[in-house]
Design a protein around this ligand. Structure first.
Ligand SMILES: Nc1ncnc2c1ncn2[C@@H]1O[C@H](COP(=O)(O)OP(=O)(O)O)[C@@H](O)[C@H]1O
Ligand SMILES: [Mg+2]
Length: 339
């Protein structure tokens, strides 16, 4: 039998927290589903799980390490002082102390977060990425001539489609300037402008460090969106149930993909995972163009682990039930070499 472990589940506090703060009540709400699912799964496979939420005080981690002495941290932290820009810094702090933790290390998090840097690395290695330009705040906003409309303008580092709506897709230089300016000012963020890739929206989940397992491919389908309309996983498309219903948006397993194409996608995603130095587990967002060319859109290390989200559903389909998936992520975290 495998050794049972003491696992400290770390998650985000949205306001200052204390070391022994009890989140049982929050864990029963929809917003905390991932934290609750992971905690329950850890218990169900025999581990001892306690939790700690971090707002801006990392000394709480030190205090908790002293009293609980966990074997490993289950890292569900995505922000620091409500700023999602700092998730890799928290992980750096674990790395410096030689602590075992789950999921991706700081370098992978940093490379993937920046939608421009990740694309530069992958393009260098011959992976298809949309043509793009990064426009920092304070820089004059002009469109390079090679960048062709329609263009999608996004914050360069956000997640969860923050700052992405139908208005993000622009067709003229005036709209381009307006939207980049909007991202600079309203999102207080540098912008990335990418050529819009028409095609199917695929999500490929992987787990592993040296040896990688690619899980069955998911797809976001836009059933009620007319064929010539743009199909974008906007903020509403991801999180607004009414909106999803109205436009027939559904996440499902990708159907009717040629087996050879599936193999190609799997190989491409493994390369992406390694090139971006991801470890742990990740979901890679792709676009499959009508000519079957596969474009990289984004890599998400430490994707949402809720039991009803794409990553866990893909694992389940591959014969890895939820509790086993969580256990595997923990066991893998114990073995990961961090430097
Ligand atoms: N270049 C692009 N071409 C087509 N669709 C895109 C492109 N970039 C982003 N999208 C759409 O916008 C969604 C969100 O973009 P993404 O870069 O993954 O941001 P986030 O990190 O917020 O998820 C994608 O899932 C896709 O539907
Ligand atoms: Mg995405």
């Amino acid at each position: 039998m495998k050794k049972k472990l003491k696992v400290l589940v770390l998650f985000d506090g949205t306001s200052p927290t204390t070391v022994d703060q009890d989140f049982t009540k929050e864990l029963k709400t929809k917003d905390w589903k991932t934290e609750a699912d992971v905690t329950a799964a850890l218990g169900s496979v025999g581990h001892t799980a306690e939790h700690l939420a971090i707002y801006d005080d990392v000394d709480l981690v030190r205090q908790k390490l002293e009293t609980f002495a966990p074997d490993i941290l289950f890292n569900l932290v995505e922000q620091f002082r409500n700023n999602p820009g700092f998730d890799q810094n928290i992980v750096s702090f674990f790395e410096m102390q030689g602590l075992a933790f789950t999921g991706c290390g700081s370098t992978g998090l940093t490379l993937c977060k920046h939608k421009g840097i990740s694309k530069k690395i992958l393009h260098y290695h011959g992976i298809h990425v949309p043509h793009f330009v990064v426009i920092p705040r304070g820089q004059r906003i002009t469109r390079p001539k090679q960048l062709k409309f329609p263009i999608l303008v996004k914050p360069v580092k956000e997640e969860a489609s923050y700052g992405i709506s139908q208005a993000s897709l622009v067709g003229t230089d005036e709209q381009f300037r307006e939207r980049v300016n909007f991202i600079h000012e309203k999102y207080n963020s540098d912008a990335i402008a990418e050529e819009y890739i028409d095609g199917r929206e695929l999500y490929v989940s992987l787990i592993g460090n040296i040896r990688l397992t690619v899980l069955p491919i998911r797809e976001l389908v836009f059933r009620e969106v007319p064929p010539n309309e743009p199909k974008i996983a906007t903020f509403k498309a991801k999180w607004d149930d009414e909106y999803r219903k109205r436009w027939g948006l559904e996440n499902q397993f990708a159907e009717d993909l040629d087996p050879q194409l599936v193999t190609d996608i799997e190989e491409t995603c493994k390369r992406i995972y390694r090139l971006l130095t991801i470890d742990g587990y990740a979901r890679i967002d792709l676009r499959l163009a009508p000519d079957n060319k596969v474009y990289f859109i984004e890599a998400n290390p430490n994707p949402i682990l809720a039991s009803d989200e794409d990553f866990a559903l893909s694992a389940g389909k591959a014969g890895l039930p939820y509790a086993e998936l969580i256990d595997r992520i923990v066991r893998q975290g114990m073995k990961t070499v961090r430097d």
